[in-house]
Design a protein around this ligand. Structure first.
Ligand code: ADP
Ligand code: MG
Ligand code: ZN
Length: 470
């Protein structure tokens, strides 16, 4: 717990994720990001009178998958409602969302070993996008009707770091499910942050403010830090926190009041008359449950059981394609730590862009790790070989025998070469012997180079040290 002036912070998040459906939630318009403005629109998503929305089946399936993956109960009865408000990005003047009967409820996601409640996940439509320029505001309606889920957490989070990790874990889960690309910089994952403070140890909740539309981890953390301090200072100075909606200023890192918080009554919710209630059977829900992949938490536990270090596990499971690749290569591998190392150091360096796409069959990387595990090649040869499987498409075992890359482990062979190197470096050796011991490293390096990097490093170092004593 982090305390400031004797207060603790309480945080609840409302996370919006655009679903990776090909078409919109109530019409057949495309959803591709970055299309020319107002080219992916039709009378339905523009909300013209007389049009009839139809619910996209895939959007429902994706929302159910999100609920199942976060331990929610999926409702057999759910219903769309109209949330009425006027804003230029919303041509219908209402948003179709689920208010009273959301699709998923009461799940939880573990953050740093502690369960954080998920109050609900509901399906709704996105609004358009406004671009404010000099004296003009432009409107792009392409985003109108893009399917969204809203994930609402319980007020269970206590620090900015926990809030960050919860969003990161949800992003991993949604990406593993393949239901959202969760690109914060493109707005396909956005977060509203609710913050209140209370004296440490109190079990009632303080008055909260809501900070809208944060689109990076850094902004989420900064907004929480600023807002919690502001509220505590306000209370300590004798003021009271107002229930309001605030905006985060990315330049100054501060929050500013936008408006008083609207209550549910302001929205005049009522059941959407154009879309019948959604009824799912137990069988529908089980069929979707059968489609769930292994989720990040389970994968982390399995990798931990292999004895991998925490930092490697985090990195491997950040991306499902990377985790799957590791999984395939680890099957029958003699040393998974070396394998993880080669993958994270050599392959990640070569992989470009988002999502791990690797041209090397997993057996090849496993073969490199196994050669290293058996002592047939040393660590630096293993790294070079791994990189070459990617860049040149080589077969590691074949290359080791063809190019004679096997590690040299016979002391006699090593001594022979060491003496040659000593003969060529008399000056350096007398320096070391007369006390400049730091230069011994350079000497070992020269010996290693003499063997084209193939000497067993520990044995080589020991033999060089012994020769120096003579
Ligand atoms: P509303 O309908 O006004 O948006 P909700 O009850 O749906 O309110 O809550 C929205 C979010 O606010 C949830 O994530 C919830 O956890 C969070 N929240 C509610 N009360 C508090 C509080 N006192 N402090 C911090 N977060 C809160
Ligand atoms: Mg809400
Ligand atoms: Zn449309």
């Amino acid at each position: 717990m982090s305390l400031y002036r004797g207060f603790e912070t309480v945080i609840g998040l409302e996370i919006h994720a655009e679903l990776a459906c090909e078409s919109k939630v109530f019409c057949t318009c495309r959803t591709a990001f970055g299309a020319a403005p107002n080219t992916q629109i039709c009378p339905i998503c523009l909300g013209l009178p007389g049009t009839l929305p139809r619910l996209n089946r895939q959007a429902v399936e994706f929302a159910v998958l999100a609920g199942l993956a976060t331990g929610c109960t999926v409702a057999e009865f759910s219903r769309m409602d109209r949330k009425n408000y006027f804003y230029p990005d919303l041509p219908k003047a209402y948003q179709i969302s689920e208010d009273t009967y959301p699709l998923c409820r009461e799940g939880s996601v573990e953050v740093f070993g502690r369960p954080i409640g998920i109050e609900r996940i509901h399906l709704e439509e996105d609004a358009g996008k406004l671009s404010h320029g000099k004296g003009v505001t432009l409107i792009d309606y392409n985003r109108c009707g893009v399917p969204l889920i809203e994930i609402v957490t319980a007020p269970d989070l206590r620090t900015a770091g926990e809030a960050h990790e919860l969003v990161a874990e949800l992003r991993r889960i949604l990406r593993y499910l393949g239901i959202s690309d969760c690109r914060m910089q493109e707005g396909s994952l956005r977060c509203d942050v609710n913050v209140s403070v209370r004296p440490a140890g109190s079990d009632s909740l303080g008055v909260r403010t809501e900070i809208k539309n944060l689109n990076s981890f850094q902004f989420i953390e900064k907004a929480i830090a600023f807002e919690s301090r502001r509220q505590i200072d306000l209370i300590c100075d004798g003021g009271t926190v107002r229930r309001e909606t605030r905006r985060f200023d990315e330049v100054t890192g501060s929050t500013h009041s936008l408006r008083d918080k609207e209550s549910a009554a302001d929205y005049r919710f009522f059941p959407e008359p154009d879309i019948p209630p959604l009824r799912l059977t137990g069988a529908d829900i089980s069929a979707l449950a059968a489609r769930l992949p292994e989720l990040p938490a389970a994968l982390r536990a399995r990798f931990a059981a292999l004895g991998l270090p925490e930092a490697d596990i985090r990195q491997l499971t950040e991306d499902r394609a990377l985790a799957d690749y590791f999984d395939a290569a680890a099957e029958g591998c003699e040393n998974v730590k070396t394998l993880a190392n080669l993958l994270l150091s050599e392959f990640l360096r070569l992989a470009e862009g988002e999502g791990f796409a690797c041209p090397v069959p997993p057996e090849r990387l496993r073969a490199v790790a196994n050669l290293a595990a058996a002592g047939s090649i040393n660590a630096s040869t293993a790294k070079r070989l791994a990189a070459r499987t990617w860049l040149e498409g080589i077969d590691p075992e074949e290359t080791v025998s063809r190019e004679g890359l096997a590690q040299i482990t016979q002391p006699e062979a090593l001594l022979c070469g060491i003496r040659e190197v000593f003969g060529e470096n008399q000056a350096l050796i007398s320096q070391i012997r007369s006390g400049k011991t730091a230069a011994a490293k350079a000497l070992v390096g020269k010996c290693m180079a003499h063997f084209s990097g193939r000497a067993e490093p520990r044995l080589l170092t020991r033999l060089v040290e012994e020769e120096l004593q003579k």
